[in-house]
Every structure is written in structure tokens, then in C-alpha cells.
Design a binder for this molecule. Structure first.
Ligand code: 0O2
Length: 270
């Protein structure tokens, strides 16, 4: 196939990767904005390189004209989670979506591949609106923990380095590392609720501080300098104490002060 035709064929895949990446990042952002724990830590996306597509087609005996229907990971999205439990939450999110159809699920988390590879794969059908109409493509979503991703990335680089002929002592080391990753994920799961609480507290404090700063900023237009300086000093004092409850009370007080000024300005407007 000519380079120009390859480029044309891959266009909807690039569009799909951009859209899907943005949609999953949006979910993580929404959770952060709501102050709730996000099962999605980071999202990565890529379109398979032409040489890799050809290599896979050759390995699996796929004709050029069948590439789009038989190679399911030309568009690839990788969702990284902190904990194994989060993988199921992300799978549930995907199952409920109306803008993608699940064609296949492969659970390499419960049963790892012989290499030691672990990840949850979902093959979806996804519609992309291109300038000349709707194009339906397949994409692979890989969902895995940070630890699984670390192992997968290192193993992938070694596979590339040894071109499928990995020395047995390295293979054995990778198997041992894969077992260590299972243990690490299990250990992290035992402290999951503590870590989630700490992260929620941090997010909540960030949210309160943003509210306070926003209120102080608004008061600049209406309150006198002495009052604002007093409020700011009190904010710095509470900030240094790092006490979320006190910051929350201060935030509520500022809301009342701001509301008072708003009521006053409405009255003056009459
Ligand atoms: P790349 O370079 O990441 O794109 P098959 O199991 O062969 O019938 P297929 O299509 O390979 O089917 O699907 P599978 O097994 O779900 O694997 C798809 C992708 O998962 C691979 O794409 C890898 O990204 C990842 N993967 C699967 N097995 C392994 C493994 O043992 N180690 C690592 N590091 N990654 C793996 P590609 O096209 O192989 O590679």
C-alpha cells in the first residue's frame, strides 16, 4: 500500500485515539472536581506504527485488505490505575458507555499470559465522525495498575531488544519480577482505603483553599484594605496549621461575609 493510502487509512485511528484519551481523562477530572476518588490515574494513547502493523500482519498471516478488520489494536488506549480493584471500576464505566460497543474482553489480570504479562483488555467498536462521514473502527483499551504497567513496559523493551529470542536467564528474572508485581499489587490493596482517605483529604483541602482564595479575590472589589489584610492574615495562620476543619469553618465565614457585601451592593443599586 502507498504511504499516502496508509496515512488516509490511519486518519480515523488518530482521531479515535485523541477522542478516547480525552474522554477518559475527562472522567478522572470530573472525579477530582467532585472531590471523589478517581479509579483512573493516567491515560495514554497511541496509533500503532506502520512497521508494527505490517509485522503483526505477517506474524498472523493477515492480508493487507484484512488488516483493519483483523488487527484490533491499531488504535490503542492504556488506562493506568493505582490499585487492582480500580481495574474493575474502569471496566464497569466502559460497559455502561453508549458511545462505544464492547466486542471482546480479555482478562489477563486474573490469569496472566505465559510471559507473566497482566492487564485487562477490552476491544471496542468506536464511531469517528470524519469530514466525509462516519467511520467505524476497532480499538483496544488496556487497563492495568501502575505496577503492571511498569513490568509490561520493561518486558516490551526487552522483547524488542532480543527480537523474540530472549535469553532464558532474563526470561526467568522477568517471571520472578512478575510474581513480585502480583505481591506488590496485593500489598497495596491492603492499604487502599488509607491511601484513598489521604488522597481525598488532600483534594478536599485543595478545594477549600481555592474557595477561600476566590472569596478573598472577590472581596478586593468591595471590602476595605484593613478588613482584607485581617482576613488574609487569618488565612495564612490557618493555612500553616494545616487543619482542614478550621479552614472549612473559615471558608464558611468568608461565604457569609461575601454574601453580606453582595446583599449590600444590591440594596445600594436600588
Ligand atoms: P505493541 O507493540 O504493544 O502494540 P494474540 O494473543 O496474539 O492472539 P493479540 O492481538 O496480540 O492477540 O492480542 P493481545 O494478546 O490482547 O495483545 C495485544 C497487546 O497486548 C500487545 O500488542 C501488547 O501491547 C500487549 N501484550 C500482550 N502480551 C504481552 C506480553 O507478553 N508482554 C507485553 N509487554 N505486552 C503484551 P502488540 O501488537 O503485541 O505490541
Amino acid at each position: 500500500m502507498e504511504t499516502r493510502l496508509w496515512r488516509e487509512m490511519l486518519m480515523p485511528y488518530y482521531a479515535a485515539v485523541d477522542e478516547l484519551k480525552m474522554k477518559f481523562e475527562q472522567i478522572a477530572k470530573e472525579c477530582r472536581d467532585l472531590g471523589i476518588y478517581s479509579p483512573i490515574e493516567t491515560v495514554k494513547g497511541r496509533v500503532k506504527r506502520i512497521p508494527s502493523i505490517l509485522e503483526k500482519a505477517q506474524k498472523k498471516d493477515i492480508e493487507i485488505e484484512d488488516i483493519e478488520s483483523l488487527i484490533q489494536d491499531i488504535a490503542g488506549i492504556r488506562i493506568i490505575c493505582q490499585f487492582v480493584e480500580d481495574i474493575e471500576s474502569v471496566v464497569e464505566i466502559i460497559r455502561k458507555r453508549k458511545d462505544m460497543t464492547i466486542l471482546e474482553e480479555r482478562d489477563y489480570v486474573t490469569t496472566s499470559k505465559p510471559s507473566g504479562y497482566r492487564s485487562y483488555h477490552i476491544i471496542i467498536e468506536y464511531e469517528v465522525h470524519m469530514y466525509d462521514g462516519i467511520k467505524s473502527i476497532k480499538a483496544e483499551i488496556q487497563i492495568r495498575t501502575l505496577a503492571m504497567d511498569f513490568w509490561g513496559t520493561i518486558e516490551h523493551s526487552l522483547q524488542y531488544k532480543y527480537n523474540g529470542k530472549m535469553p532464558s536467564h532474563i526470561r526467568a528474572r522477568l517471571h520472578a519480577a512478575a510474581e513480585a508485581i502480583v505481591m506488590l499489587d496485593n500489598e497495596m490493596s491492603t492499604v487502599r482505603s488509607e491511601i484513598m482517605d489521604a488522597q481525598n483529604d488532600m483534594q478536599n483541602t485543595d478545594y477549600i483553599i481555592t474557595e477561600i482564595l476566590c472569596n478573598i479575590q472577590n472581596l478586593y472589589g468591595v471590602a476595605n484594605t484593613r478588613e482584607i489584610n485581617k482576613i488574609q492574615d487569618e488565612f495564612y495562620r490557618l493555612y500553616e496549621l494545616k487543619n482542614t476543619d478550621m479552614l472549612q469553618r473559615f471558608c464558611n465565614e468568608l461565604d457569609i461575609i461575601a454574601e453580606g457585601y453582595r446583599a449590600q451592593s444590591i440594596q445600594e443599586g436600588f
